[in-house]
Design a protein around this ligand. Structure first.
Ligand code: G6Q
Length: 550
């Protein structure tokens, strides 16, 4: 593997960047009336407009050449065909197989993956139907009205984001809740409104060893048993989603009530697997299938479309352009869609856990920046909060705006205003406002010349700031599936270019290792350990507040 910075296309891009430093998008739009047509594309009814970026068609050619020299094609095929591309954990990466229609041909290491997936999906479907038609009863014979998904990270963020996004598809008979945090406030606050007789817990944990999830599951079990007073009740009120049958059984959940998945499903890519049970319970089986089908449509596009017209590749390579040539550190995501309010936390995990790496596939430290800091919030809320910095701050921030043409919940002309604001923000980022215009506006408002001259610099918008717009018809399960898969593949593309493993997460381990000894030091019968001065000071302060010896 040739180091990234030694690739000819990288060197070409470095040269090209020098010429692009003074590039002005406004001039580019004036010079090319077809710029929007040249720099936008559709996949199904999803439109990506990337014309408001600091790129020319030539930039895009160089970026695609970099993708070719990085063996993107081969890496993509390796992922889809089940090669162990997660090489630090020796695992295949096959979330795409979870949403493919059954093809008996995907044999991976002797296992017919598609058939295994189909079997679990069938069991999930039957289970969902028994909850919805009321034939699954709680221990006291009542039907289930509330479902609580207990999980964290990948076993929470994806399903929670989808359930919020598609709450307009929710079935009436059950409500789904999510509990993730170790903070007892999360579980206690949720249970306060629920009736044990009509509540079902889904314990979602790939490993079934996760501290937070097991702590919450044990507390939920205690809550149930305190009310129903019969150990047999657990079998009617708990199901598990996991790869670890032994641990599920040890917890007391009937293996009949366990839905499995496999080690080739990464946590942050698992909403398509049994981990999506809460989604199917909330929106019904047909809609869950539509979500999978949407993701599959994007998989096909990613697999088959030439790089130049491949949406995940374009988004991924634009991110490389900004992070590695323009030196941007962050990237903002602004869904003008309240239902997508959990998209940003989901993408933060997807992107930052996947590409927040500093060692490459040759086990060497990289000498360039990798994954950006992902942040954002739904519009128009963000406009009233942090957009000041996006428009007038000193940093360049590439952004994605997402918006639906049609809102399933029309209220007066509110959606028209939402759309107008979304487009106005990207236009403002592009156009900016010059000092002369700012000054003229102030004078027209009646301000004296000297005052206007003094105030005008504060009212200047530099403009020429980049944005992508993703415009879709309406947020339905199919479209949401497409959008999530789009970002999954974008993150994959960037990981390939940066030559890192996007599918492990060793960076979350150290804190987990250090917690148990600290926990032991908070006990009345303290077990002293080795810490830095700050941690020692904090432990001592906590002990003092609790009246314990220090
Ligand atoms: C995701 C990560 C991580 C994981 C959680 C929960 O890719 O691996 O967020 O999903 O730590 O793990 P369990 O599902 O094993 O409880």
């Amino acid at each position: 593997m040739k180091p990234l910075k030694h690739l000819p296309a990288w060197k070409t891009l470095e040269q090209h960047f020098k010429a692009m430093r003074s590039f002005d998008m406004r001039a580019a739009f004036r010079e090319d009336a077809q710029r929007f047509e040249h720099l936008s594309l559709r996949c199904g009814n999803l439109l990506l407009d990337y014309s408001k970026n600091r790129v020319t068609p030539e930039t895009m050619q160089h970026l695609m050449q970099l993708a070719r020299e990085s063996d993107l094609d081969a890496m993509r095929n390796a992922m889809f065909s089940g090669k162990r591309i997660n090489f630090t954990e020796q695992r295949a990466v096959l979330h795409t197989a979870l949403r493919a229609p059954v093809r008996p041909s995907l044999m991976v290491e002797g296992v017919d993956v598609e058939r295994e997936v189909a079997k679990v999906l069938k069991r999930m479907q039957r289970f969902v139907e028994t909850i919805h038609d009321g034939s699954w009863r709680g221990h006291t014979g009542k039907t289930i009205r509330n479902v609580v998904n207990i999980g964290i990270g990948g076993s929470d963020l994806g399903p929670a984001m989808v359930c919020h996004a598609l709450d307009h598809y929710a079935v009436e008979s059950v409500r789904v809740h999510f509990v993730s945090n170790l903070d007892p406030a999360h579980l206690a606050g949720t249970l306060a409104h629920l009736d044990p007789e009509t509540t079902l817990f889904i314990v979602a944990s790939k490993t079934f060893t996760t501290l937070e999830t097991l702590a919450n599951a044990n507390s939920a079990k205690a809550w149930l048993l305190a009310a129903l007073r019969a150990p047999a009740a657990v079998a009617r009120h708990f199901v598990a989603l996991s790869t670890n049958a032994q641990a599920v059984e040890a917890f007391g959940i009937d293996p009949e009530n366990m839905f499995i998945f496999w080690d080739w499903v990464g946590g942050r890519y698992s909403l398509w697997s049994a981990i999506g049970l809460s989604i199917a319970l909330q929106i019904g089986w047909g809609n869950f299938q539509a979500l999978l089908a949407g993701a599959h449509a994007m998989d096909l596009h990613f697999r088959e479309a030439p790089l130049e017209v491949n949406m995940p590749v374009i988004l991924g390579m634009l991110g490389i352009w900004y992070a590695n040539f323009w030196g941007t550190d962050t990237y903002g995501v602004f869904p003008y869609d309240q239902r997508l309010r959990l998209l940003v936390p989901f993408l933060q995990q997807l992107d930052m856990e996947s590409n927040g790496k500093n060692v490459n596939r040759a086990n060497k430290r990289v000498n360039y920046n990798t994954g950006p800091i992902v942040w954002g919030a739904p519009g128009t809320n963000g406009q009233h909060a942090f957009f000041e910095l996006v428009h007038q701050g000193t940093r360049l921030i590439p952004t994605d705006f997402l918006v639906a043409a049609v809102n399933p919940t029309p209220l007066a002309d509110q959606h028209e205003w939402l759309l107008a604001n979304c487009l106005a923000q990207t236009e403002a980022l592009l156009k900016g406002k010059s000092r002369a215009v700012a000054e003229a506006e102030l004078i027209a408002q009646g301000m004296g010349r000297a005052d206007a001259r003094a105030l005008a610099p504060h009212k200047v918008f530099p403009g020429n700031r980049p944005s992508n717009t993703l415009l879709y018809q309406k947020l339905d399960p199919h479209m949401l599936g497409m959008l999530i898969a789009l970002y999954e593949h974008k993150v994959f593309v960037q990981g390939v270019i940066w030559q890192i493993n996007s599918f492990d997460q060793w960076g979350v381990e150290l804190g987990k290792q250090l917690a148990p000894p600290i926990r032991a030091e908070l006990n009345p019968e303290r077990v002293s350990g080795e810490h830095d001065g700050s941690t020692l000071g904090l432990i001592a302060d906590i002990r003092r507040r609790r009246g314990l010896s220090t």
